[in-house]
Design a binder for this molecule. Structure first.
Ligand code: UD1
Length: 333
């Protein structure tokens, strides 16, 4: 059985569906702090199977370790974490406790269960403000610009230390900016807290918000707004299945491996808005405001390593990302 923490979340749910459709048994552990229980039913509709889940907060060590008596895990995919950059600057301890203690408990559960395979949901944020794009895995890990980013860096370090004593083997997947929705439109990004750009663009396009605040137009980029590497959430999900298979087949070259997951293309905020408007034939009003604390100016990936070693393929274009996100939102009230 594969344990998927945060399996009701945005990337987690797409990955759970992909795992089940590839024949794996999955246990979802989630406390629904940034998702809803209805996601379980939606995943069941897509897979045509009942999905096992436990409502557990990962900082509850006793509840986490108790899972060892109930299930036999062969791999763990650990998504569950807080991810709002701004909130993490306002309340660092909330982030350190949830993201780091949560991981520590998950690893201790693995040790108790005799499970050695871990896939960790990391982020390009570990590269900080980079000197050179596209970013490769060999780029130096820098001091991240937010406590959120720092939790990802610290978690990678904890994992690396555990791999170096042979306790586990691990693959860290460093996501760039996942957007888009499942091709059935039954799953998508349903945040309870709005901070990422895509859900905010949708709110404006639907008339729920008057405009998008564009955080800065004075960066040293193509048009002054920040540049990011947007990648379809289903492409991100498929990389987890591939990473797990790499581990299970004993193909890892080191006990700790890290892979970038991005589309290798940079889009500015203005370009993203324009493409969204064009693809979906809607208007997105915006206002330029000051820079957001913790934002890097320009980052996009070199994902060659994932393509080579994981045999990962990008299947979706930016247009498909933006159109699926919009179509999914039209299905919601
Ligand atoms: C950051 C991290 C990413 C992490 C994610 C989690 C970096 C480079 N990326 O993504 O690894 O997984 O947080 O949440 O550190 N924007 C606006 N107006 C808005 C919201 C966003 O202009 O109202 C802009 C931002 O300035 C940024 C882009 O949109 O340029 C994307 O922002 P967002 O979706 O929040 O993701 P990142 O901050 O890039």
């Amino acid at each position: 059985m594969i344990l998927v923490t945060g399996g009701a979340g945005y990337i987690g749910s797409h990955t759970v569906v992909d795992l089940i459709n590839n024949g794996y048994d999955v246990l979802v552990v989630d406390n629904f702090c940034n998702s809803t229980v209805s996601v379980i039913a939606d995943m069941e509709k897509i897979c045509g199977k009942t999905i096992l889940f436990e409502n557990i907060n990962l900082i509850d060590k006793e509840a986490v370790l108790a899972l060892a008596a109930k299930y036999k895990f062969t791999s763990v995919i650990h998504f569950a974490a807080y991810k709002a950059v701004k909130e993490s600057s306002d309340n660092p301890m909330k982030y350190y406790e949830n993201n780091i203690v949560g991981l520590m408990n998950v690893i201790q559960l693995m040790q108790k269960s005799g499970c050695k395979n871990l896939i960790f949901s990391s982020s390009c944020t570990v590269y900080g403000e980079v000197d050179k794009v596209p970013v490769k895995e060999s780029s130096p890990i820098q001091q991240p610009l937010s406590p959120y980013g720092n939790t990802k860096k610290i978690c990678e370090e904890i994992i690396r230390d555990m791999t170096s004593i042979g306790a586990i083997e691990a693959i860290a997947l460093r996501y760039f900016n996942p957007i888009g929705a499942h091709t059935t439109y039954l799953l998508g990004d349903n945040p309870q807290n709005f901070d990422n750009i895509m859900p905010l663009i949708i709110k404006v396009a639907k008339g729920i918000s008057s405009h998008l605040n564009v955080f800065g137009d004075d960066y040293n980029t193509v048009d002054g707004s920040c540049v990011r590497d947007y990648v379809h959430v289903m492409d991100i999900a498929s990389a987890h299945v591939k990473a797990m298979e790499r581990m299970r087949k004993g193909k890892m070259e080191k006990a700790f491996e890290a892979f970038n997951l991005g589309s290798e293309k940079g889009y500015s905020v203005f370009e993203l808005i324009k493409t969204f408007e064009k693809v979906n034939n809607v208007k997105v009003n915006f206002k330029v405001v000051g820079r957001r604390e913790g934002d890097v100016s320009n980052i996009y990936s070199d994902s060659t390593l994932a393509k080579e070693k994981l045999e990962w393929k990008i299947n979706f274009s930016i247009e498909e990302m933006l159109s699926s996100a919009w179509k999914r939102s039209l299905k919601q009230t």
